[in-house]
Ligand binder design. Structure first.
Ligand SMILES: NC(=O)c1ccc[n+]([C@@H]2O[C@H](COP(=O)([O-])OP(=O)(O)OC[C@H]3O[C@@H](n4cnc5c(N)ncnc54)[C@H](O)[C@@H]3O)[C@@H](O)[C@H]2O)c1
Ligand SMILES: [Fe+2]
Length: 307
């Protein structure tokens, strides 16, 4: 047996843990941060609280609120210019995968030359990046624990997958309370992204015992809580299980990578504007049917997760 396994981020998990983010940054010797988020997360009342925590800790904060879904390369370049001018020494991402991936790409450009498009692929980012804190507000992408940043190349209309040792967040603060205000449609679609991660990591031809154990745990947590979290968003246990489920699915796919569902979902997002989770949900059942024939033993074990 031979495999590689890793998680780029140190993980803080649990109700209220995001309150510790200011002190964690101070402990890392950071003085000024670039805070990256989108207007949806601001309207949900999440960013103001976290920015207040950062300022209370004595940090200088520069804000960027312009993140868009399936973040375009042009936006990354624009935000990186602002971060460079502000001379920040760390980045804080607050939001779903779009905000966290955007922050990862901005961070790359703080210590590596533009354009971001030259890093599409694995291991192409050569210079170490600055500390990056990821605070997820969806339970879906697990970008807080993966070494990937997904950015849309607006010239060739393709979702780039930028991966490697300097791409991931340094530290994650996964606080289930921040996901409570997610509307049902976003809870459902981002949750289906997480379920797709776990299933694709399990089927992967480079899966290992360490990715399998996380993938199966992710499937059972998500299967047991997605419906409840969607229908009753204030159920903290369901929100906690979803955030943990998405995170362990991310830990699995960070090393096992993904499969056909994501390969089909990315062009669906770029060409048809579908949210990432919706695109995955649309194709997942067909991919399961296809994979079941190729990997019948794994399919039997998978089936037992929701028997
Ligand atoms: N880096 C990775 O490993 C990885 C893995 C999978 C997907 N992705 C990428 O992540 C992106 C999708 O991220 P996503 O699915 O998290 O969606 P998103 O970040 O685009 O957010 C979707 C919407 O939800 C809103 N929202 C987020 N949290 C909220 C909250 N708590 N309350 C209310 N509204 C909230 C946002 O404002 C936004 O309008 C895609 O670009 C996808 O390709 C990255
Ligand atoms: Fe995904």
């Amino acid at each position: 047996m031979k495999f590689q396994f890793g998680v780029p981020s140190f993980i803080n998990f649990g109700e209220g843990c995001s309150k510790d983010v200011g002190q964690a940054l101070v402990g890392m010797g950071v003085k000024s941060v670039f805070c990256v988020y989108d207007m949806g997360v601001k309207k949900a009342g999440i960013t103001d609280n976290i920015i207040a925590i950062l300022k209370d800790a004595g940090l200088n904060v520069t804000e960027y609120d312009g993140v868009l879904p399936n973040p375009p390369d042009t936006l990354v370049e624009e935000a990186a210019q602002i971060a460079k001018s502000a001379n920040v020494d760390a980045i804080v991402a607050i939001g779903g995968g779009s905000a966290i991936d955007c922050a990862k790409a901005i961070n790359i450009l703080l210590t590596n030359p533009s354009p971001i498009n030259q890093y599409d692929g694995l291991g192409l980012v050569k210079n170490p990046t600055k500390p990056l804190i990821a605070i997820p507000t969806t339970a879906g992408t697990a970008s807080e624990v993966t070494g990937f940043s997904i950015v849309t190349d607006t010239t060739v209309l393709k979702k780039m997958v930028i991966g490697g040792p300097f791409v991931g967040a340094t530290m994650a603060f996964a606080d289930p309370l921040l996901t409570v205000g997610m509307p049902p449609a976003i809870t459902a679609s981002t949750g289906m992204d997480a379920l797709t991660h776990a299933i694709e990591a399990y089927y992967s031809v480079i899966a290992s015992p360490l990715t399998d154990v996380n993938a199966l745990k992710g499937i059972s947590l998500i299967y047991g809580s997605l419906e409840e979290a969607t229908n009753n968003g204030s159920n903290i246990q369901a929100r906690t299980d979803m955030l943990l489920g998405s995170m362990v699915a991310g830990i699995a796919f960070n090393s096992a990578v993904l499969g056909l569902a994501h390969a089909i979902a990315h062009p669906l997002s770029v060409h048809c504007g579908l949210p990432h989770g919706v695109a995955n949900a649309a194709v997942l059942s067909y991919v399961i049917e296809y994979n079941a024939v190729e990997a019948p033993e794994k399919q039997k074990i998978l089936g037992k997760q929701w028997a």
